[in-house]
Design a binder for this molecule. Structure first.
Ligand code: SAH
Length: 252
């Protein structure tokens, strides 16, 4: 059996209880060493085989899973954040399906949630934005033409941009080709929830310059939108005049 587990954004106590229990019981852990906090490996039982997938190919990862399965052992495949975002889990799952190896998936706290927490921010503010666009700039990994950053930016919604901090100048240009103005608030969150976390609050117009000034070159998210500004409306849900299934409104 293989358990895919989301490790969370960095702080070891942000893994789920289920994920931690799988780690404690595992005979083998294959962890994404470029981003997963190695402190989590402290949960492994004595004798647990540990592999860093940052140094491995898909074939090598699958080979370890096969060997463990054949020996009747349990493997945890530990991915950063939540495995469903940029986790390359599908190709592993398809290969396991083809070989009849059972697996399941335990969610984790994605870094886009870790970044919002670091900023004490709500991505979905009434009248400001009710949409979060999660995307990336194309780099060595292509992005479909219809998902070009500039066209997604045309919505002016809240955007969270992964894997793109090294292309910050291009990101800034693309955002300005969309609905954002140079004054639209933005932020860069480096290593959300790690002790070395850094937050840079800026505007779209100063995004590249501010990122460079902070010396941030990797492991960061770029978040953009008026949710970082001051204007918004109160929620209907907690409005005294609003009736819901659970509470009778009191019109004033
Ligand atoms: N599955 C992961 C994302 C993996 S892609 C998740 O759900 O978060 C790797 C990218 O995620 C990094 O390049 C960076 O953009 C972002 N990232 C991962 N951990 C981060 C953290 N703690 N703080 C800020 N960005 C992070």
């Amino acid at each position: 059996m293989v358990h895919f587990v989301g490790a969370g954004p960095g702080a070891p106590d942000l893994i789920t209880q289920r994920g931690a229990a799988f780690l404690q019981a595992a005979d083998c852990i294959i962890y994404a060493g470029s981003l997963v906090n190695p402190a989590l490996l402290g949960l492994a039982k004595p004798g647990c085989a540990i592999y860093n997938s940052a140094e491995m190919t898909l074939e090598q990862v699958l080979d370890v899973m096969h060997r463990m399965e054949n020996a009747g052992k349990t493997t945890v495949r530990l991915h950063t954040g939540d495995p469903c975002l940029y986790g390359a889990i599908r190709e592993q799952m398809d290969a396991l399906d083809a070989d009849g190896i059972c697996y399941d998936d335990t969610p984790g706290v994605s870094s886009f949630c870790g970044a919002a927490a670091a900023l004490n921010a709500e991505y979905t503010l009434p009248t400001v934005s009710q949409t979060v666009i999660i995307t990336r700039m194309e780099g060595r990994t292509p992005v479909p033409e219809r998902e070009r950053l500039a066209s997604l930016a045309a919505h002016g919604a809240t955007m969270v941009i992964f894997l793109s901090i090294g292309l910050i100048d291009k990101v800034q240009t693309a955002l300005l080709q969309g609905a954002y103005s140079p004054d639209t608030p933005a932020a860069v969150v480096y290593k959300a929830s790690w002790p070395e976390e850094k937050i840079v609050r800026c505007t779209v117009g100063s995004l590249a310059e501010s990122t460079r000034a902070a010396g941030i070159t990797k492991t960061a998210l770029i978040v953009v939108g008026d949710f970082l500004g001051k204007q918004y409306e109160r929620s209907k849900l907690y409005d005294p005049a609003f009736t819901t299934e659970f509470r009778k409104g009191d019109p004033v």
